[in-house]
Design a binder for this molecule. Structure first.
Ligand code: SF4
Ligand code: SF4
Length: 80
């Protein structure tokens, strides 16, 4: 059976981010993590994970993270 994998990518504006980490909770594929380095406002922003570990799924571009972000700090890109 041919497996179609949807691919996506996100960017997070670390200076807009308020560190609420809701996006981390909603991502079904665990693609977002906490950046311990504080932003200029003094929050620990969220950042996209760089590597997909074995057994993990990559970003599928579902945009759930962007939908819940109260600061509109997340942009979602979908691969065609
Ligand atoms: S939901 Fe938005 S403001 Fe909250 S941690 Fe994620 S990117 Fe930052
Ligand atoms: S678009 Fe979906 S899969 Fe990608 S980081 Fe956001 S919530 Fe996770």
């Amino acid at each position: 059976m041919a497996k179609k994998t949807k691919k996506g990518k996100i960017t997070i504006d670390r200076e807009l981010c308020k560190g609420c980490h809701i996006c981390i909770e909603v991502c079904p594929n665990n693609r977002i993590e906490v950046d311990e380095e504080l932003n200029k406002k003094g929050y620990s922003p969220a950042r996209p994970k760089e590597n997909v570990s074995e057994g993990e799924k990559g970003c599928v571009g579902c945009a759930m993270c962007a939908t819940v972000c109260p600061e509109v700090a997340i942009e979602v890109y979908r691969a065609q």
